[in-house]
Write a protein that binds this ligand. Sequence first.
Ligand code: M6R
Length: 620
Amino acid sequence: MCGIVGYLGTLKAAPVLLSELRCLEYRGYDSAGVAVIEDGQLAVLKAVGKLSNLETLLSDVQPRATVGIGHTRWATHGVPNDENAHPHLDCTSTLAIVHNGIIENYVELREELMEAGHQFRSETDTEVVAHLIEDELKEDPDDLLTGIRRALHRLKGAYALGIVSQRHPDKIFAVNHHYSLAVGIGVNETFLASDSVAVCQYTNQVLRLEQSEIAEITTAGARLFSFAGVEVKRNPVELENKQFVLDKQGHKHFLLKEIHEQPLVLRRTIGKYLLHPGKKINFAGSSAHGNYGVHLSDAELARIDRIKIVACGTAYHAGLVGKYIIEELCGIPVDVETASEARTRRLLVDNRTLAVAVSQSGETADTLAAIGEAKNRGAIILGITNRPDSHLSLVCPNLLVTECGLEVSVAATKTFTAQVACFYLLALYLAERKNLLPEDRIFALKAELLRTPALIERILANQDDIREKSIQYSDAPGMMFIGRGIHYPVALEGALKLKELSYIHASGYAAGELKHGPIAVLDERVPVVALTIPGTVYEKTLSNAQEAKARRARMITVAVEGDELVRKTFETVFTIPPVSEFFSPLISVVPLQLMSAFIADHLGKDVDQPRNLAKSVTVE
Ligand code: M6R
């Protein structure tokens, strides 16, 4: 995960590096550091903890350097401390390196380098790269590009690197191998970052490093080379020059702001592809990053007889809702698998399978690996992402883009509902193009989908009541979330939100599974949250809730306004406006998001940046 930045120009580097790092803090926040070259000397400054600690350090030191690299870390090898924070140095402390990813063969390389006399200062896998380059520079210390290339040939794994050397104060080298790096080209200044968002604060001319490429960066721009040393010619693309504004818009946390953005995000995402219930779904689209949209030919559509969804975390839960939606509307069998599992076993897909990868960031290593495998096996590929400039967009010839804007909070909320909305759209699109449903049914479904954002607004208007009801459960040692059918993935998502935000253990179960084991956990200390929306599984879920209540569990439910029956079973009722069972996941998840946010805030947790997490999970 981790974020890499760089700057070379005429401004003081430290404030630029810091503002780039601020855009990337979502990638990790265990420690941060910079390496700058000032008066011909390399200087490294690091601080454990949040970026604000590095900011304080830099404001004390005030380096004047105009070249530097920086890093924000999510620890993989070695605990978060000053020694393990990046940048890392070679033995001579003249070459510094920042790294995102994992060097898989670092143990053997480290042993070999130590035997050769190299002194290591950290427990990281990264440090071997600095020493390896140092070793490869012995023959010609001035040819850094060749030294780097030779070192890369010895590395195994996936990585992105930023490198500066005191011998070359007018250059930064960047390497991309299965990750993302963007070089921003300004006037007499050049920027580097793991995410183009960080460089777009300064310039909209962006050169993305493709796989296995090295960039030699100067104030005049960047030259690209393959790992074999062959120069690659590619022009920068012009991106929309969006400012990355860290503005909570009056909310206490980004999380709350993002929960509140859901009606707008859904209107934008649905509205982009569906203008009116009487119109066909239009998945055409293009962007500066290449074409996106869905471009399935009639032959491909006719062939699809199975759908495989791969994703992680919240995106996986969106995929599970997608299964219910597509199977219900299209009658096409769908299976959903966490990408980390899908990538490690024989993936049974073929050219009749539509393989769908769902990823907010478009950078999740497991999801990219799983969809890459599906592609190799001949599946038809489609991605759903919030980042059309991500790696996923390069892999997917068909791409649906959620219109969420940046999601700053590590816990996914608005991107979940937008991903679910994409599954409704996809199912309707398949039904339409494959003639699977009568026109009047499609019309009615589209009309209902277009009405869902307004229903969320009504829940949000009631958030004070949700806060008051939620915080009374803050002292629970654990909670259980239950739902049946299409509500089951919502229960899983409710449990995940509570865990990651409040650190209270929570499990999500199919309500019918409770009696097969989990019920043993229940007593008066463990609240149970049930999704009881009228529909095919309403009565059965109420029966399962009764079984939990009989074990003295405190009972909470999400139910529709006017449902008096649930009050007999549940001590706390989060009401939502009346909604059909089929569309309810878009609505019923909202009180659960708010409940987790309020409990976490009440417990004094770091709501936007929960411990141990990072937003973009770029390691396996
Ligand atoms: O960027 P992605 O959607 O691929 O990320 C997948 C998960 O890492 C992500 O959804 C994670 O579970 C969130 N922190 C959940 O809130």
